[in-house]
Design a protein around this ligand. Structure first.
Ligand SMILES: *Cc1c(COP(=O)(O)O)cnc(C)c1O
Length: 380
């Protein structure tokens, strides 16, 4: 399968010889025009019409009531956790199979992650593992949920829609709500993916997106917080702009805020990218379908969108037989100019998180052993 795969990728991307990256951005719309316009306006920093316009585009696209643009997805998650009420020494439930930004944002609040396994079909937080954990290890008291053995409060749950494939988000939100746990959706990878027709990121109390250079659309660096709660929407804007009390000339701040507002220059790029999002996703879904057909001839599992969902197929993935075959595939493809990558090392194995609570994460471990991401850029 290795050599036919290399030939297939070269043919599909129309690249007979050169290096094929895992995911590169496409600037084929109004990007240059809008960025030049932002420069000409002199509004290149955190005030400007492109920032407002970008927030409006995200509200329109996702159906969220409020959208607040930030400097990156990690900053968005940090603020989202504060909005959910996460405090020092709390526990935050999340999955071990994620990018380190998820656990870093939790660490910024001085809370600690508690790792719950992923679902083998969605690759995202498992409602079955969550049920088991809540049933056997937690206690409800005055509407709040506590980890029985340590007495720590569980103040949020952060499911992540892995590689763009929606989690079983309705079940997760239902379960968390019944236990007084707010859901913060890390939808960094899943802009445009839907579950039962509803956009990922809009199911929980707060959701976050990322516009880093490797995501479906990019602003260079950038993030977005979405919520339907008016109070939290206003608080998000306040916290991301140094908690400055509005006034014509006075500088007053009523709490510790953050310099997290997205610059207008980045927002200009994002506005142009938003205009192409629908086309990008259609293109990516077509690529996924080509991969799916190709892999039917081989003993390899191509990861497809789970039930009830429509995925943006941000990063395509395959599951190989075991870690040995995975490593052989990674070596062969990267030796032949096709960039491929394993899943992240599980967060629960990282040195700064090794001591954290975990349910063992056997599905996550199996996926880490066998999964490889394959080239997924929008084709020209
Ligand atoms: C990309 C990403 C983020 C945010 O990353 P930034 O680079 O800070 O925008 C957060 N969580 C996950 C799972 C991601 O893939």
């Amino acid at each position: 399968m290795f050599e036919p795969f290399v030939q297939f990728v070269r043919q599909t991307f129309g690249e007979p010889e050169g290096f094929i990256p895992l995911h590169e951005p496409r600037f084929v719309g109004n990007e240059k025009q809008y960025v030049i316009d932002a420069i000409d306006s002199t509004f290149v920093s955190s005030v400007g019409r492109y920032v407002d316009k970008f927030e409006e585009q995200i509200r329109d696209y996702t159906g969220a009531g409020y959208a607040i643009a930030t400097v990156n997805g990690t900053a968005s998650l940090h603020i989202a956790l504060l909005l959910a009420g996460v405090e020092r020494n709390d526990l935050v439930l999340t999955q071990p199979l994620s990018f380190v930004a998820t656990s870093n944002a939790i660490a910024y609040t001085s809370a600690e992650p508690c790792f719950i396994d992923v679902d083998p079909n969605t690759l995202s937080l498992s409602p079955d593992a969550l049920t088991e954990f809540l049933k056997t290890q937690t206690t409800l008291c005055n509407g709040s949920c506590y980890h029985t053995a340590t007495g720590k409060r569980i103040s949020a749950c952060v499911p992540m829609h892995t590689f763009g494939h929606p989690a079983r988000i309705t079940e997760l939100v239902e379960m968390c709500t019944a236990h007084g746990i707010p859901v913060v959706e890390d939808a960094a990878e899943s802009l445009g993916s839907t579950y039962n027709g509803q956009q990922t990121g809009t199911f929980g109390l707060v959701g976050t997106y990322s516009f880093n250079g490797n995501k479906t659309i990019t602003s260079g660096g950038g993030g977005m917080i979405v919520t339907n709660d008016e109070r939290l929407g206003k608080l998000a804007k306040h916290l991301t702009t140094q908690a400055k009390v509005p006034h014509r000339w006075e500088f007053n701040h009523d709490q510790t805020g953050y310099n997290y507002r997205l610059p207008n220059l980045n927002a200009a790029l994002a506005c142009a990218q938003m205009e192409q999002l629908g086309g990008f996703i259609a293109n990516k879904r077509q690529l996924a379908s080509l991969y799916q057909t190709f892999f039917q001839d081989y003993p390899v599992q191509f990861v497809t969108q789970p039930a009830h969902s429509e995925s943006n197929y941000w990063l395509n993935a395959i599951l190989l037989a075991d870690r040995t075959e995975r490593d052989a595939f990674l070596t062969y493809t990267n030796d032949h100019g096709i960039m491929t990558r394993p899943a992240w090392t599980l967060l629960s194995s990282l040195p700064m998180l090794r001591h954290c609570l975990t349910d063992g994460g056997t599905n996550a471990q199996d996926i880490e052993d066998r999964l490889v991401n394959i080239p997924s850029s929008v084709r020209l």
